[in-house]
Design a protein around this ligand. Structure first.
Ligand code: UDP
Length: 242
């Protein structure tokens, strides 16, 4: 997309006032969708994802069943009201791509051999979009899977990093996302130090890629701590209610 006339960095600050290494305010909660087996809501500033997980449940038609592993299905969608110009709710190329890549980011952490012949459905809904929606969806989906009791090797934490006006930044907002020189979305299993997903747009030097990966790892570790805190608080609350 053509860069706007206005600069994206002014006196070392970004258009929303943040410093290059500053993440937007992050909020997380669990359990709002009562019909689901697990659900979570995650927001980064004005980007907000809500995810519902159903399963493991029997998979039909039967010919899709595998005798030794289960199936994970992911559907990412942006609500029509999530952006100021109405978004057509029908699946488009972008949402099909994001469903596929976020599924891969999450599947790496799931013990699919623990639910043969069954399916886990993950519905990722973006209710407000201001950049970095796919990583918000991964963070919320990981929490929703854990709250549904799906056996996992680790939580998956994700963030975006990139380059605007020759400056390396973290957690891109909508304008930065659209006009960046380059942007990267990264997901990892922080306690294992394993990257489960990496997408990049634009051009970067090898040194910039390595520097951005370092920044992404730091942000993912912070998100991971928040995810664990959110899960713990939820279970403490449930125990007290018993
Ligand atoms: N966006 C939009 N309408 C669309 C798709 C995207 O306004 O149909 C905006 C939205 O703010 C989104 C941003 O463009 O977060 C960047 O979208 P991208 O495809 O890069 O994916 P994301 O960064 O959200 O994972």
């Amino acid at each position: 997309m053509k860069k706007p006339e206005i600069p994206l960095i002014i006196n070392g600050r970004r258009i929303d006032g943040r410093l290059p290494d500053e993440v937007r305010e992050i909020k997380m909660s669990i359990g709002e969708i009562l019909n689901a087996d697990g659900s979570a809501r995650v927001s980064f500033g004005n980007t907000e994802a809500i995810v519902a997980v159903y399963g493991p449940r029997a998979l039909f038609p039967k010919f899709l069943q595998e005798t030794d592993v289960g199936l994970v299905r992911v559907i990412y969608s942006m609500s029509p009201f999530s952006v100021d110009e109405r978004k057509n709710p029908a699946p488009d190329r972008r949402s099909i791509e994001i469903s596929k890549v976020t599924k891969e980011a999450l599947s790496a952490a799931i013990f699919i051999e623990d639910f043969p012949k069954a399916v886990v459905d993950v519905y990722e809904n973006i209710i407000q979009a201001d950049g970095s929606t796919r990583v918000a969806a991964i963070n919320a989906a990981s929490l929703a899977l854990a709250s549904a009791g799906i056996p996992m090797k680790d939580l998956v934490a994700a963030c975006s990093v990139g380059k605007v006006d020759d400056t390396l930044i973290v957690d891109l907002n909508g304008k930065e996302d659209n006009y960046s020189e380059s942007d990267m979305a990264v997901a990892m299993m922080p306690s294992k130090g394993l990257i489960t997903f990496l997408q990049m747009d634009g051009r970067l030097t090898k040194e910039e890629v390595l520097e951005l990966l370092k920044k992404a790892e730091e942000v993912c570790k912070r998100i991971y701590e928040l995810q664990k805190k959110t899960l713990l608080e939820r279970y403490k609350m449930e125990k007290e209610e018993e």
